[in-house]
Design a protein around this ligand. Structure first.
Ligand SMILES: [Zn+2]
Length: 421
């Protein structure tokens, strides 16, 4: 029995779209007691398979194909979204906001491959796989995986001698960021990008990598990371009291934005930099103050400062919340080892499925349905993201998807409209 690759890719995506949690569940949930599964998947894949594969078939297929074709599929989908301007409403001063963050996603208590990163915790050693993700920000908090770099053992081994665990982590992520941006630029040479990252990128290596790959940046600015620069910033702020914008958020929080352009900084490699810094102080109704600061290559002035803070800096947490946390906790099961050999291919399938699920969840079709029922969002209508996936599984199993929804001409006219309010 041979299976068309398009069918197998849809088979693999179904694992994540329906949040089946483990590869074995394919054999139980998409089996013959779901009378419409085969026909619906054939329709999606434009194939004519007369039986369904088992989960091991998917494993053999991905072992053979490797991760690259699945990553390529993600690239084409992101290109399409950019071309149709579905993500444009979230741009910052004309640039696409690309959130950068690293996360461990597979952890074992035994070494299972040569690439495992090791971490000592007292008596025990953990073996991990980590990924550095670049996620393109879209409207209503959509995050679209646009590039991935796996951080492995060789990154950690080439860290400076005597470095602390935290320094090794920073070194690994900065090296991985360089590889990640090289790939991203090869695939999207013209895209205007502003990188948003946490404080570990706010250093000479982080400024250099942005410059080399023609990106702007908004990095979290922490006093401890660059103490002299922080002192300069605080000192200069006192001299420019007019560089200030007061702003009230839609949630009625009072914000004060202050900034200084052209701070001078010489990094440990002797490179001279000119960077801009901004600070946002927010006061809530009880009078509690919270403060954030960022370093940026974008010019700060009365017109740009609020946009850079709210559409750039403040968005960084989305990578963690809507990116990694959703993928770990909403049933996508990022931390589950779907395979011990083809983990990267499954990683990309998961990213593609998460993209599709966000378009379903945040797109106008379900939003309209929710509003007709007096609810604001699809999640409010169905109760949770997991429930939406369950409905999708029920539909795949029991409902014959009608021909007209596959009509390319009709479907071609549909635009993806994400809520940008
Ligand atoms: Zn490993």
């Amino acid at each position: 029995m041979t299976y068309h690759k398009r069918f197998l890719v849809w088979w693999g995506l179904s694992l994540f779209l329906c949040k089946l949690s483990s590869r074995r569940q394919l054999d139980y949930q998409l089996n013959t007691d779901g009378p419409e599964v085969l026909e619906n998947l054939n329709h999606l894949a434009e194939t004519a398979q007369d039986s369904r594969p088992v989960n091991q078939t998917l494993e053999y297929f991905l072992e053979g194909s490797g991760a690259a074709p699945i990553a390529g599929l993600r690239q084409r989908m992101v290109e399409r979204l950019i071309r149709m301007k579905a993500l444009d409403a979230a741009r910052l001063l004309g640039r696409y906001v690309v959130l950068i963050d690293g996360s461990g996603y597979l952890v074992f208590n035994h070494r299972h491959c040569d690439d495992c990163l090791t971490q000592r915790h007292g008596e025990t050693t953990l073996y991990m796989h980590q990924a550095l993700e670049a996620k393109l920000l879209g409207p209503s908090g959509t995050v679209v995986s646009i590039a991935t770099e796996f951080i492995d053992n060789s990154d950690a081994q080439s860290a400076p001698v005597g470095a602390s665990q935290e320094e090794v982590k920073q070194d690994c992520e900065l090296k991985a960021l360089r590889r990640l941006l090289a790939k991203l630029r090869a695939e999207f040479p013209q895209l205007r990008i502003c990188l948003c990252g946490d404080g570990l990128y706010a250093c000479g290596a982080g400024f250099q990598v942005a410059k080399d790959y023609k990106c702007d940046y908004v990095y979290v600015f922490k006093p401890g990371r660059l103490p002299t620069l922080w002192e300069d910033f605080q000192g200069l702020l006192q001299l420019v009291p007019q560089q200030q914008v007061l702003w009230t958020t839609p949630q009625r929080l009072e914000q004060v934005h202050r900034w200084v352009n052209d701070l001078h900084y010489t990094d440990s490699a002797g490179r001279a930099w000119k960077v801009n810094a901004l600070e946002c102080t927010e006061t809530d109704k009880e009078g509690n103050k919270t403060e954030w600061s960022w370093l940026t290559s974008l010019e700060l002035n009365h017109e740009t400062v609020v946009a850079i803070a709210t559409r750039g800096g403040r968005q960084r947490w989305r990578e963690e919340n809507e990116g990694f946390n959703t993928q770990k906790n909403s049933g996508l099961n990022l931390e589950h080892a779907y395979s011990h050999t083809s983990w990267a291919a499954y990683y990309f399938l998961l990213q593609i499925a998460h993209l599709m699920l966000q378009l379903v969840e945040k797109g106008s079709l379900l939003r309209r349905l929710a509003q007709e029922q007096g609810k604001r969002t699809a999640v409010e209508l169905f109760g949770s993201l997991k429930n939406i996936a369950q409905r999708l599984l029920e539909s795949l199993r029991y409902w014959h998807w009608p021909d007209e929804v596959f009509d390319r001409v009709r479907v071609g006219a549909i635009q993806i409209r994400l809520d940008s309010s």
